[in-house]
Design a protein around this ligand. Structure first.
Ligand SMILES: C[S@@+](CC[C@H](N)C(=O)[O-])C[C@H]1O[C@@H](n2cnc3c(N)ncnc32)[C@H](O)[C@@H]1O
Length: 256
């Protein structure tokens, strides 16, 4: 199975963005860098857990969409001793790393490889789910129509009262804030001592034309994501955390 991405990576694999999730070397380097930054994500991962509609000792099954090497799943499994996580991802190299890292959880982790552009990407055999989570994945699809379809699919896979929480990158809501956010990011990188010639690429991610005709780095703004979640039937939809272009947002499936 090949993940559908725009463009061509080394070896002729099709790609959608600058990432090459099918490359062992690329994933190796990416995971190493990301793991160094993982402590800074703990607050968001904890918030995701705090928003779960069940206690820590509940026997639950949680879907992790685009799980990568499994940092969110492992965070959850450490805090919910009776939870099982279904770690879905399309990248064989990523899932190989996850397999290695989650071995200590035994049967409490199921790895599932599927492409989010395939109709049958959802590992339905393990559902329905008490919660679904996703971290830094869906913006990679670069296709908001497809993201909306995935939201709909996740909604149907949840138990009544279940929750979907997405920690992802979003576009600034206005052109003025787009410039402001770029300036803030540049100032931060400067304070961190980033080389000046790296700044432009670090703070100005490649922009693409979105469904609204704007040149933006990510598929949608926060308002568009929240509207999409409501449109597919989620209740109590909200943004639970936000910092410039990063947000944790989601909603609940109508209750028990
Ligand atoms: C930035 S990583 C995030 C991994 C992990 N959730 C985390 O927070 O560290 C994005 C993940 O999305 C996966 N991904 C990107 N496009 C995909 C697609 N079309 N189908 C399935 N997975 C995809 C990649 O393989 C990668 O593991």
């Amino acid at each position: 199975m090949k993940m559908r991405q725009r463009g061509r990576a080394r070896g002729g694999r099709p790609r959608r963005d600058h990432h090459d999730w099918a490359s062992e070397a690329y994933v190796d380097e990416w995971v190493r860098r990301q793991q160094a930054a993982d402590p800074s994500r703990a607050e968001r991962f904890q918030l995701i857990c705090d928003l779960f509609p069940f206690p820590n000792d509940a026997t639950v099954t949680i879907l992790d969409v685009g799980a990568g090497y499994g940092p969110v799943s492992m965070f959850i499994l450490d805090r919910y001793p009776h939870a099982t996580c279904v770690a879905q991802d399309g990248s064989r190299p990523m899932l190989n790393r996850a397999r290695h890292l989650v071995v200590k959880y035994g049967d409490r982790v199921k790895l599932h490889r599927s492409d989010l552009f395939d109709t049958n990407w959802l590992p339905e055999q393990f559902g329905p789910f008490d919660a679904a989570v996703s971290s830094s994945c869906l913006h990679n699809l670069r296709d908001f129509k497809r993201i909306r379809e995935i939201y709909a699919k996740i909604r149907t896979s949840l138990k009544p009262g279940g929750v979907f929480l997405n920690a992802d990158l979003i576009n600034a809501p206005t052109a003025g804030l787009r410039r402001r956010y770029d300036d803030v990011a540049a100032a931060r990188h400067r304070r961190d001592g980033a080389a000046a010639d790296n700044l432009a690429t670090m703070v100005r991610p490649a922009r693409r034309t979105t469904a609204t005709g704007n040149r933006e780095p990510f598929p949608a703004s926060l308002d568009q994501h929240l509207a999409a979640l409501k449109a597919v039937g989620f209740k109590d939809v909200d943004c639970f955390w936000k910092e410039l272009r990063r947000a944790v947002f989601g909603g609940y499936a109508q209750g028990r």
